[in-house]
Structures are given as structure tokens and as C-alpha cells.
Design a protein around this ligand. Structure first.
Ligand code: NDP
Length: 279
């Protein structure tokens, strides 16, 4: 069975409309999201446009502050601080990746924990690790929502996450652990990736390598979540060899139309929740 991320994200977004409207009425203003876009990376520009459009669709106010690729560290930090202090915004995010000369950690540290709707801050990641309430990074949160919406129980299951980035792999592993799965995290130095993956009841691929996960790496009946986004011959593909793996998986996400739409939906949800918490 294919997990339809687009449909599930649509349900989340529909539910957010009423919630954002009710909250807006109480606040006397719309729930607001500020996005900082630095440089002219075309993919980043597309992602930001999609986020703006999604905000508008569910009734959130959003604003993009675009800074030139050669902006200084100080100017970039000041721009983020100004937005962080602006009461119109419940959430602030900086679109990544940043131009190479900028110190990402220092720029992101200007976003206060309560407005960190991307969930990338040390405080949010630390709280997640401790199993405390926090703002969870959008992509791994989206994966958890997909699993829940598809009726996948995690307690006692063996989950294997391939990829250990701070934005996907690590928070994904912590969420699965917090949901009582037994979790293995694999990365580029893992020996015997195939054997590790074969043990997975739930396999999450978050690598960025087309068709890294082949059918011989997947246990019959496993749930397979493909986070990867790769462009091959002008087409978007994931990290999973979808045609062959879908023959073995009990549930699988497609690319596109799987995890991707959930990421944006979770950003909207995180922003609405940030506004609710602040109130
Ligand atoms: P990173 O490049 O930051 O991390 C990739 C991870 O994969 C690293 O931990 C790396 O290991 C590991 N890796 C690389 N090669 C191998 C290999 N051959 N075998 C096992 N592990 C390997 O990527 P992100 O985490 O940011 O993103 C992962 C993918 O997810 C990308 O395709 C990205 O485009 C996509 N993505 C999709 C989103 C969505 O909304 N659907 C949102 C965010 C990302 P090591 O740490 O050792 O280098």
C-alpha cells in the first residue's frame, strides 16, 4: 500500500485553517511566519515560495526577508534578530543552506527557542532527546504523522534510520525511540548496511542517494519511508528503488508525494502551535 503524503498533508492543512482562524481572532492578528532567504539558490527560492503559498492557503500571515548572497555575518544576524523581536511573527526560520562564508550556527542562534519553528535549535533538539515538549523538526515530525495516520504501531518494533543529519536523521531516531521503537541509526561509515536494513520493521531512508535502498535490503512486509529527494534526468526520485521495494514493503511512501508535502504541513502546524504556546 502506498502512503499518500499529499492526501494526509491536505487533511492536516484543512484542520489548521479553523485553528489558525480561531487563534487569530483571539490574538487580534493573523498567526505569522517570517522566512529569511539568503542568496539566490533557485531550489531555496522554490521552497520558500511553497512555504509562503501554504501559509496563505491556511490563513497565516507570512513575510520573506531576502538578503543578498554577499551579506555580512553581522547584517544577517541583525536581520534575524529583528524578526525574532517582531511581535507579528510567531515563528522565524532561515532557509538553508546558507552561502559558505556565513556561520549557520550563529545565525540560527538568533532565533529564540519559542519561535524556532524548524526545530533546529540546540534547546529544541535537547528537549526532544529528553522527551520533553518541544518544537520538532518538520520532516521527521511529518514522518511520524504519516506512520500514525497509516496505523503503524511502533512500540517494540525495530526501526532503522539511514542518515544521521541534525535536521532529519538524528531527530527522526529520537522520535522513534520516544515512541518505544528499538532504533538503529546508519550512516556513511556503517559496515553491513544491507544487514542492518534487513532487520528493520520500519525503515527510514534520509540520505540523498538515488536508489541506495534496493529490494534485497528490505524485509518482506516492512514499512518503508523515503525522505530522500534527488533529481535524476530532470525527475525527482527518492533514496529507495521504489518499483522493486514496493513489491516487498507492506507500506511505502512515494517520491514525490510522500514525505515532502508533510514537511510543509508540519511547518504550518509548528507555527500555529508556537502561537498557541506563546499566548
Ligand atoms: P545530509 O547530507 O545532511 O545527510 C545525509 C546522511 O546520509 C549523512 O548522515 C550521511 O552519513 C548519510 N550517508 C551518505 N551516504 C551514505 C551511504 N552510502 N550509506 C549510508 N548513509 C549514507 O542530508 P539531509 O539529512 O539534510 O537530507 C537527506 C535527504 O533527505 C536528502 O535527499 C534531502 O534532499 C532530503 N530531504 C527531504 C526533505 C523532505 O521534505 N522530503 C526535507 C529534508 C531533506 P555521514 O553522516 O556519515 O556523512
Amino acid at each position: 500500500m502506498i502512503i499518500d503524503g499529499k492526501a494526509i498533508a491536505g487533511i492536516v492543512r484543512e484542520g489548521l485553517k479553523a485553528r489558525a482562524a480561531a487563534l487569530g481572532a483571539r490574538l487580534g492578528r493573523k498567526v505569522g511566519l517570517a522566512v529569511v532567504l539568503i542568496g539566490d539558490d533557485p531550489a531555496s527560492a522554490v521552497y520558500v515560495r511553497n512555504k509562503m503559498r501554504a501559509c496563505e492557503e491556511v490563513g497565516l500571515f507570512s513575510e520573506t526577508v531576502s538578503l543578498p548572497a554577499d551579506v555580512s555575518q553581522g547584517e544577517a544576524e541583525r536581520a534575524v534578530s529583528l524578526l525574532a523581536e517582531d511581535a507579528r511573527f510567531d515563528g522565524v526560520l532561515v532557509q538553508l543552506p546558507l552561502p559558505a562564508h556565513l556561520d549557520e550556527r550563529r545565525i540560527l542562534s538568533r532565533i529564540p527557542f519559542a519561535k524556532d519553528v524548524d526545530g533546529f535549535s540546540a534547546e529544541n533538539l535537547g528537549r526532544l532527546a529528553k522527551g520533553e515538549p518541544c518544537c520538532v523538526a518538520c520532516t521527521p515530525r511529518g514522518v511520524m504523522e504519516l506512520l500514525q495516520a497509516s496505523g503503524v504501531s511502533l512500540a517494540g518494533k525495530h526501526a532503522v534510520v539511514v542518515g544521521r543529519s541534525n535536521v532529519v536523521g538524528k531527530p527522526m531516531a529520537m522520535l522513534l525511540l520516544n515512541a518505544d521503537a528499538t532504533v538503529t541509526v546508519c550512516h556513511s561509515k556503517t559496515r553491513g548496511l544491507k544487514e542492518e536494513c534487513l532487520r528493520a520493521d520500519v525503515l527510514v531512508a534520509a540520505v540523498g542517494r538515488p536508489a541506495l535502498i534496493t529490494a534485497d535490503m528490505v524485509k518482506q512486509g516492512a514499512v518503508v519511508i523515503d525522505v530522500g529527494i534527488n533529481r535524476v534526468d530532470g525527475k525527482l526520485v527518492g533514496d529507495v528503488d521504489f518499483p522493486a521495494v514496493s513489491e516487498k514493503a507492506s507500506l511505502i511512501t512515494p517520491v514525490p508525494g510522500g514525505v515532502g508535502p508533510m514537511t510543509v504541513a508540519m511547518l504550518l502546524l509548528n507555527t500555529v502551535e508556537a502561537a498557541e504556546r506563546a499566548r
